[in-house]
Write a protein that binds this ligand. Structure first.
Ligand code: URA
Length: 210
């Protein structure tokens, strides 16, 4: 991908996102819509994957048919909200390897604190897609990508549902080589680090913890 930021403006994504933003939307609907949007974003983020051909036989003849080149992807869920994107993408790409990065935001400093890290060993040979619905300050996203690079990942993309300009700028400064694919670029962050207009706390809304 050449652009650092891609906002996918497809009507299906935008329509579903509007329902997710509404405060009265149920946990059940929120989760289902996130899963659906994750698959539409996955379509975009994998658009330029390297292809090769393989010789196959249809019932009529032989042909050189297109197939994805090399090893399949690695999907990295940034806990816990990343799991809301993971399920849908895995449904689309069931052979992907999966990793988890556990980071929480210190509510005072808004800085990321790591509590879990387990990723596939061969990240260097896979397209690695980091998943986190909310790119807010960008601190935890940048920290997660730092960890993935330390583990050998060289071809990383970042999928989110909403991005704040502050988070995009932070990622561009820390990881200009990591393209971001999002459903929307919102206005700004509030004093608590929430995206405005946003949708609130994505983890709480998808898991019903508030
Ligand atoms: N994380 C969330 O869940 N929501 C925001 O608005 C920002 C970070």
């Amino acid at each position: 991908m050449t652009n650092h930021l891609t906002v996918v403006k497809h009507p299906l994504i935008q329509h579903k996102l509007t329902i997710m933003r509404e405060k009265e939307t149920s946990t059940n609907s929120f989760r289902r819509l996130l899963r659906e949007i994750s698959q539409l974003l996955a379509y975009e983020i994998t658009r330029e994957m390297e292809m090769t051909t393989k010789r196959i036989e249809t019932p009529l003849c032989e042909m050189d048919a297109p197939t994805i080149d090399g090893k399949k992807l690695a999907l990295i869920s940034i806990l816990r909200a990343g799991n809301g994107l993971l399920d849908g993408v895995l449904e689309l790409i069931p052979a992907a390897r999966v990793g988890f990065v556990g980071l929480y935001r210190d509510p005072e400093t808004l800085q990321p604190v790591q509590y879990y890290y387990k990723v596939p060993q061969d990240l260097g040979s896979r397209l690695t897609i980091a998943l986190d619905p909310m790119l807010a300050t960008g601190n935890s996203s940048a920290a997660a990508v730092d960890l993935l690079k330390k583990s050998g990942a060289t071809n990383i993309r970042f999928m989110c549902l909403l991005a704040a300009p502050e988070g995009v700028a932070r990622m561009k400064e820390a990881h200009p080589d990591v393209p971001i694919v999002t459903a929307a670029l919102d206005s700004h962050l509030n004093d608590h680090g929430y995206i405005v207009p946003g949708l609130g706390d994505a983890g709480d809304r998808m898991f019903g913890t508030k």
